[in-house]
Design a protein around this ligand. Structure first.
Ligand SMILES: [Mn+2]
Length: 438
């Protein structure tokens, strides 16, 4: 991202803020695994959105004075020989002003004393409560200090407000630079799917396939997955949030692979379901084709002016109709649809926003009826999960299928970011014939 992009984002938020106010953003803290070992660091998405700065122990202040003058202050880690020796390169104060285009930068360990310099005459603090305990404590202390110690006036009150409704609305519409990052996240994720299904073979363990996909992400420039990879074989295809990934994959079963990488902080999100021995059996192919028809219909319908709700309704109608044809459901089509009978087989949403978070922020509107606009990015992921049930023909038991692409709404339709990996059953089979030796 260019520094102009971050300045544009900050200005957009500042334009909503009242005079004599400050917005506070805190970097994510590190999380200890044990002793001196920490979990891989992931910056807070909102903090990242306004800074592109990847260190912990930092806070950004966006300030609008009483006469509408805007400026920014960053508190970040001190950088010296000792910190560099232990933690490697850090940015420090001088470089932060240059590289992050902030007006002031001060050491993080001085924030509790120095922050008041920038809060004179401030009457509103915008802060996202309940994200981090340390941040909430600090903000309460700041308010008390200003009211009682500095102003010596217990009747003066500072108003605490939340910037999330504004910021999450800004994050919902993706800029050109964000779209480019999402496009690359989608491309790498889909490419990884394409490569690993050529390595899939019976008796391999689910976690071995997970390792292969991680290897592809890293090889193409994306170090981390955007979420915990799901590799579910056999009946595990029906477990929506399966992440144990520890079973042996057997010939004749399907494997559901839900994996996406993170690129420059932006998430890819792709799912494919493939036969472990390279050939769908007849029952698997029947269910597969219903889900395939569903995603293809959704991809046709997603455009400006449509909503997730209306597209979901169309997809549910088509899938219900086809499940009735296979005797998996029975009854009057309109009744089945009005009762949403399909929820025993399709129990999650068709789509979610994607961006800095895989389930990204932004309002969906009541009943998912938010009108879609160019620049919104979302997934499309119909699925059918048929657990053993006496009302369903036995040949379908244990079949779980999800097919998922990531898209961006354009001026006249949508752009599919994950087309590198095929969806058509025949194409999947012919890809899998091109086995790679391991
Ligand atoms: Mn998804």
């Amino acid at each position: 991202m260019t520094y102009k992009e971050f300045i544009r984002r900050r200005q957009a938020l500042l334009s909503y803020m009242m005079p004599a106010s400050v917005s506070l953003f805190f970097a994510a803290p590190t999380v200890i695994r044990s002793h001196t070992s920490i979990y891989p660091y992931r910056q807070n998405s909102d903090f990242w959105y306004f800074t592109g700065f990847n260190e912990p122990e930092a806070a950004l202040l966006l300030i609008k004075t009483s006469n509408n003058y805007n400026y920014s202050v960053l508190f970040n880690r001190r950088c010296n020989a000792q910190t560099t020796l232990w933690y490697g390169n850090c940015m420090g104060q001088k470089d932060a002003i240059k590289k992050l285009s902030v007006d002031h930068s001060l050491p993080w360990d001085t924030i509790e004393n120095e922050i008041y310099r920038f809060l004179k005459n401030i009457t509103i603090i915008y802060h996202a409560k309940n994200q981090y305990t340390f941040a909430d404590k600090m903000v309460i202390k700041i308010i008390n200090e200003i009211q009682y110690r500095i102003l010596k006036n217990s009747t003066f009150s500072i108003t605490l407000m939340d910037w999330r409704p504004w910021v999450h609305e800004l994050r919902l519409i993706k800029s050109q630079e964000e779209q480019a990052a999402l496009r690359e996240a989608g491309r790498i994720s889909a490419l990884a799917h394409k490569r690993i299904i050529k390595k899939l073979h019976p008796n391999m363990y689910e976690y071995q396939l997970e390792g292969e996909i991680q290897c592809e992400f890293s090889y193409h420039g994306a170090r981390f997955p955007a979420y915990n990879t799901i590799i579910g074989s056999g009946e595990n295809t029906c477990i929506l949030h399966y992440t144990d990934n520890n079973q042996k994959m057997k010939s004749g079963q399907l494997v559901l692979i839900d994996a996406g990488c993170e690129f420059k902080g932006y998430a890819g999100d792709v799912t494919r379901t493939v036969p472990i021995n390279g050939k769908f059996n007849a029952a698997q192919r029947e269910i597969y084709n219903i889900v395939l028809n569903a995603i293809n219909l959704g991809l046709k319908l997603y455009k400006p002016g449509s909503t997730i709700f209306t597209v979901t309704q169309a997809v549910i109608r088509m899938m219900t109709e086809q499940l009735v044809q296979l005797n998996i459901m029975s009854g009057n089509l309109d009744t089945l649809i009005s009762q949403n009978a399909i929820r025993s087989f399709f129990m999650h949403k068709l789509s979610h926003w994607i961006g800095l978070d895989v389930h990204d922020v932004g309002s969906y509107g009541k009943n998912y009826n938010r009108i879609l606009k160019p620049g919104m990015a979302l997934t499309i992921e119909p699925g059918l999960y048929i657990i053993a049930n006496k009302n369903v023909p036995k040949k379908y038991h244990g079949i779980g299928i999800r097919i998922e692409d990531s898209i961006i709404i354009t001026s006249d339709g949508n752009e599919n970011l994950t087309t590198i990996i095929s969806k058509d059953a025949d194409e999947i089979e012919s890809l899998m014939i091109q086995k790679q030796n391991i």
